[in-house]
Design a protein around this ligand. Structure first.
Ligand SMILES: [Zn+2]
Length: 85
């Protein structure tokens, strides 16, 4: 049976590599533009309807992995205005 075979494989993996389960979640980043809300980028949410529109950011995208032309969806500031929380 497929399911039980996969469990049999996954369990020893957890013992061998406990770090896999404790990976540090990607940090949130806050926009520092003084007239911004401020907007906080949460990698777990992504940015599905950002101002650039044509390339929504899927959830799970780390701030570091955002495209260089990504801008704050609230005030339009570039990535350089953001600080790590
Ligand atoms: Zn902003």
């Amino acid at each position: 049976m497929m399911f039980s075979r996969r469990c049999f494989f996954a369990l020893p993996m957890v013992f061998l590599f406990p770090g896999l389960l404790q990976a540090k979640p990607p940090s949130k980043w806050e926009c520092t533009y003084n007239e911004c809300d401020p907007y906080i980028y949460d990698p777990q949410k992504g940015d599905e309807d950002n101002l650039n529109g044509d390339h929504p950011i899927p959830s799970g995208t780390a701030f570091e992995d955002l495209p260089e032309d990504w801008i704050c969806p609230v005030c339009g500031s570039p990535k350089s205005y953001f600080i790590e929380l």
